[in-house]
Ligand binder design. Structure first.
Ligand code: KG4
Ligand code: ZN
Length: 328
């Protein structure tokens, strides 16, 4: 059995998996404290992690119906993320590894989002292309094998999730508002207003212009007009983000000719993006995979599956391992 810990941002999470990668528990505690500030406050995130981590781990062990003595390795998110938040998880894991005399495995959070596909599809075909869309990252990854992946394109400014959350804030929704835009957009017209989609070179993205376009658009309208057309504005804005994401990804598919295509990260929970992504698969005659909702947003099950692959490959960490804040 392997225990995995995730504490990179505002979710404290723990998961247990067996040696075949079967997830036996997947426990998550989302920090509510940030909602009133309209974004994650790093200092508060670190404090909340250290308050809840023991309870979350205990809960994960109980749900998996095992004792801590049965844990044979511990995996933990090493980065990228907020340094104070990462330190809580990493130090918990180091203490656990030292006390139990078991291997410690540092996991890259982004690679874990990609490997979330292996939880329910362990025999997925390689190489695949993954569109990774989260609150902090937007990347196209070429995945040759579970432990061999490289970034072939990424956002030069805001992540897709930030475009959703900042747009949501402008529309008066609480943080994180991505899923609220999704909800309103379901009854709206995607062609109500054409928001500009930036085209930057190569397989890269840019979302800061789109966010500014929404700001200027909203400044020109009366509050009544915005309220009356909220569903249409959400649908048009979401459509622009989706079009930007998928048109560039389609170019990457043409160039890299993957066996299958996959979508990952918290924004993969978006219903419109999911539908359009499946349609893209049909266009290319390729199978398209999207993990279950609970494996799209931040979770520890993905850290468990990534940790298991690293452990089996002998890629364990030493006890002087330190967290990193940027993807290296
Ligand atoms: O992967 P994730 O849980 O955390 C990071 O690693 O960043 O992604 C969180 C992001 C947030 O920006 C959130 O608004 C967005 O995923 N998100 C959504 C939806 N559900 C979550 N964005 C659009 N539509 C959704 N349904
Ligand atoms: Zn994430």
């Amino acid at each position: 059995m392997l225990l995995a810990i995730e504490s990179s941002c505002d979710e404290t999470a723990a998961s247990v998996c067996d040696m075949e990668g079967k997830i036996l528990s997947n426990v998550l505690r989302t920090q509510a404290i940030h909602a009133k500030y309209g974004g994650v406050i790093p200092e508060l995130a670190s404090r909340a992690h250290q308050q809840t981590i023991i309870t979350v781990v205990k809960h994960a062990l109980e749900t998996a119906q095992i004792t801590k003595n049965e844990i044979k390795a511990i995996a933990v998110t090493q980065g990228p993320g907020l340094i104070g938040a990462l330190l809580v998880g990493v130090h918990f894991a180091k203490g656990f590894a030292l006390a139990r005399n078991i291997p410690l495995i540092g996991v890259n959070h982004i690679q874990a989002h990609v490997l979330a596909h292996l939880i329910d599809n362990p025999n997925i075909e390689f190489p695949f292309l993954c569109l990774l869309v989260s609150g902090g990252h937007t990347q196209i990854m070429q995945v040759k094998s579970p432990l061999d992946m490289k970034i072939i394109g990424q956002t030069l400014d805001d992540a897709a999730g930030e475009a959703f959350d900042k747009g949501a804030k402008m529309l008066g929704f609480p943080y994180p508002g991505g899923h609220i835009i999704d909800k309103y957009a379901q009854n709206g017209n995607t062609e109500f207003y054409e928001f500009p989609v930036s085209n930057v070179p190569d397989f890269n993205y840019s979302f800061s212009g789109l966010k500014t376009a929404l700001l200027y658009y909203l400044q020109k309208q009366s509050p009544e007009y915005i309220q009356d057309n909220l569903e249409n504005i959400c649908a048009s804005y979401q459509h622009a983000i989706t079009k930007a994401l998928l048109s560039k990804f389609a170019l990457a598919v043409e160039k890299y000719k993957p066996k299958v295509i996959t979508l990952a990260g918290g924004v993969a929970a978006n219903s419109y993006i999911r539908t359009k992504f499946m349609e893209l698969g049909k266009t290319f005659n390729l199978d398209a995979y999207i993990p279950k909702f609970e494996y799209c947003t931040d979770n520890a099950a993905m850290i468990a599956i990534a940790g298991l692959h690293l452990w089996k490959a002998g890629k364990t960490s030493t006890l002087d391992m330190t967290p990193f804040t940027m993807y290296t």
